[in-house]
Design a protein around this ligand. Structure first.
Ligand code: ADE
Length: 226
């Protein structure tokens, strides 16, 4: 999979891809990440990419020309299945959306900044708008990272234990059951005996029961959602 990220602050997107599982996925060539500095597509010397909002109102707005130029340049080079805009008024990111996106070959992610982008960018270039939650951040870079992380870990070969991603919370509309590691007893707080029993069938029954119990307690809406 190839992900092209367009950003006014590309430095923000560097380190998360340089460590751990995401870095490994890139090194193994399972995924390619290309970060594009929006300023490089500005048509003036000052590398201006934003301007005042028509009709007043506070804050600056990302202009259409640099974004259009960047997206059009990329689209000339290959076919993209989806151009995504990170914005707090988009569809709320879910495991279902991440699953769908992880099947695609090439996607573009546009990060918003300042007050947002010129509406014509959304009208002309964007296929899908995604929010990571009902709160407003200073820009779309961190949300883009969240999206990339949630997609990339689902691509086969990225996680060392392939069954891992499939048993995630939300994957089957259930939260994950409690998990434990050594020591088996910590200040008299013991790991449930069943997990130490070695009886695979009983363990998997226990895990399912606990997953349902936890979902009922913490997120009962997941059990009723379509
Ligand atoms: N940009 C700013 N806030 C955001 C959010 N919550 N989700 C996606 N993009 C954003």
């Amino acid at each position: 999979m190839r992900i092209d990220i367009i950003s006014a602050l590309p430095d923000l997107l560097k380190t998360p891809f340089q460590t751990s599982i995401l870095a490994r996925a890139i090194n193994k060539k399972i995924v390619q990440i290309h970060v594009h500095d929006l300023r490089k597509y500005s048509k003036n010397k000052k590398q201006q990419i934003d301007d005042y909002s028509y009709g007043g109102g506070g804050g600056m707005v990302l202009m259409i020309e640099p974004i259009a130029k960047c997206i059009e340049t990329l689209k000339k080079e290959r076919t993209y299945q989806m151009v995504i805009f990170m914005t707090p008024d988009g569809d709320k990111l879910s495991q279902k959306i991440s699953n769908q996106l992880s099947q695609l070959k090439n996607i573009i992610i546009l990060c918003g900044r300042y007050e947002g982008v010129d509406q014509r960018v959304r009208d002309l270039f964007i296929d899908k708008e995604i929010s990571i939650g009902d709160y407003v951040l200073t820009g779309g870079e961190l949300p883009a990272m969240v999206l990339c992380d949630s997609i990339i870990r689902l691509i086969p070969g990225v996680m060392s234990n392939s069954s891992c991603a499939l048993s995630d919370s939300f994957q089957d509309k259930l939260l994950s059951p409690p998990i434990y590691t050594r020591p088996a007893s910590y200040k008299n707080n013991k790991v449930p005996n069943i997990l130490l029993s070695g009886n695979e069938k009983k363990i998997s029954e226990w895990k399912e029961k606990e997953a349902i119990k936890r979902t009922q307690q913490k997120r009962p809406n997941l059990l009723n959602d379509e």
